[in-house]
Design a protein around this ligand. Structure first.
Ligand SMILES: *Cc1c(COP(=O)(O)O)cnc(C)c1O
Length: 404
């Protein structure tokens, strides 16, 4: 397998954000997303490799090592080669969803009665998996804020098998320091796993900072069209080979070939889409920050973000998901959401369509304090529509909000 196509800038101090997406590695990403693994000679010159929509490769005639699609399949392999190269990893494994990849990554490092450290505001099902589900098997998790290295260090125990990260967090948009946490974990013999869904491999490559494994919900930007569920796990060849036979093989949350083919199609336009998401989101975030109806904006791309320096050190760009807190009452925040016309309401993100979500509106004050989730926090996923049209929609909804 040729998995060394991901050569690019890995010194984070030099990979500063720029208006055009991932300038330092743009041509590599174009090449990986557009062409890597699309072996024309092997597939009769087809400009798009076919979907191998079969479960079995007959033993009498298969001379390429393929046996059964849960183990691997040529279409899934093309997606995996692209994804490994994008993250600068040795190998990748696709799963039927992001949660399948996340649970597999964690299961691959956990053992009975072990201990995990994790930021408290990670993706809610991830938290539920650790806090409730794995607790049944004696696994204990210490939840930390994620913004303080001392807190990570204080949480470590001899039984700590992994530090699980998600940076930036997709609800509060705070960051964890990848290099510092990777060093700390390594010095204590714990593995590190990062959910890199927000930044995508175009804007952040955790493996370059010494992180052991990266997971993505490819349902979001990588698929990009709100039409597939998909997940991917990237890491060393050794870890990924073990995962093929253990977590993916035994729990069976393998990717379907058709899903892989749609993922490959999504990846072909990922660099182009991320450029547009970034450009529009930076503009909208700056506009919101100046708007009199807005209390504060949560977006690592803004110089006012408390961890903006760290963001520039470990990311080369910013995607299109951001939060803001409007002034006024909860009722006014709800009225704002209803008044929008271009932004549909819903919890997912990373697709072509702009979305808004209000994760705190149903919380009472006590729950809001306990979880650190502001009641009026609104989260928008900036889609591929023209930024001017999105700004006009937001502006009109603010005007209606004030009348509510
Ligand atoms: C959506 C999401 C997931 C889960 O992905 P699925 O494909 O829905 O299983 C994990 N992490 C983050 C940050 C997400 O937004």
């Amino acid at each position: 397998m040729d998995e060394n196509a991901g050569k690019r800038e890995s010194d984070p101090d030099e990979a500063l954000p720029s208006a055009s997406a991932a300038e330092s590695g743009a041509s590599d990403f174009d090449d990986i997303c557009g062409h890597l693994g699309d072996d024309y000679d092997r597939y009769l010159g087809a400009i798009v490799p076919p979907i191998f929509q079969n479960t079995l490769f007959t033993r009498k005639r298969s001379n390429q090592g393929y046996t059964y699609t849960r183990v691997t399949n040529p279409t899934i392999e093309i997606a995996e080669r692209k994804l490994a190269a994008m993250e600068g990893g040795e190998a990748a494994r696709c799963f039927s969803s992001g949660m399948a990849a996340i649970s597999a990554a964690l299961m691959s490092v956990m053992e009975r009665d072990c201990h995990i450290v994790c930021p408290s505001r990670v993706y809610a099902p991830t938290r539920f998996f650790l806090e409730s589900y794995m607790a049944r098997f004696g696994v204990e998790t210490t939840f930390v804020s994620g913004t303080d290295l001392d807190e990570f260090e204080a949480a470590l125990r001899p039984q700590t098998r992994a530090i699980y990260l998600e940076t930036p967090l997709s609800n509060l948009f705070t960051l964890q320091d990848l290099r510092a946490v990777a060093e700390l974990a390594r010095s204590r013999g714990a593995a590190t796993i990062v959910d890199n869904t927000w930044a995508t491999p175009l804007f952040q490559n955790p493996l370059a900072f010494g992180i052991d494994m990266v997971v993505h919900s490819a349902t979001k930007y990588m698929g990009g069209h709100s039409d597939i569920l998909a997940g991917v796990l990237i890491g060393s060849r050794e870890r990924m080979e073990r995962v093929t036979h253990e977590e993916r093989g035994l729990f069976g949350a393998a990717m379907d070939p058709h899903q892989a083919w749609l993922l490959i199609r999504g990846l072909r336009t990922l660099p182009l889409r991320m450029e547009r998401h970034q450009e529009s989101a930076l503009r909208i975030a700056a506009w919101l920050e100046r708007h009199p109806a807005v209390e504060r904006v949560l977006y690592p791309g803004l110089p006012s973000h408390p961890q903006h320096e760290l963001a520039r050190r470990q990311m080369s760009g910013f995607s299109g998901l951001l939060g803001f807190v409007p002034r006024g009452t909860r009722e006014q925040a709800a009225a704002f959401v209803k008044a929008l016309r271009l932004f549909e309401e819903g919890p997912s993100w990373g697709g072509f369509e702009s979305l808004i979500n209000s994760p705190g509106l149903d919380l009472d004050e006590e729950a809001s304090r306990r979880t650190g989730m502001p009641q009026r926090l609104l989260r928008i996923s900036v889609g591929l529509e023209r930024a001017d049209a999105l700004l006009a929609d937001l502006d009109r909804a603010f005007a209606e909000m004030r009348r509510a």
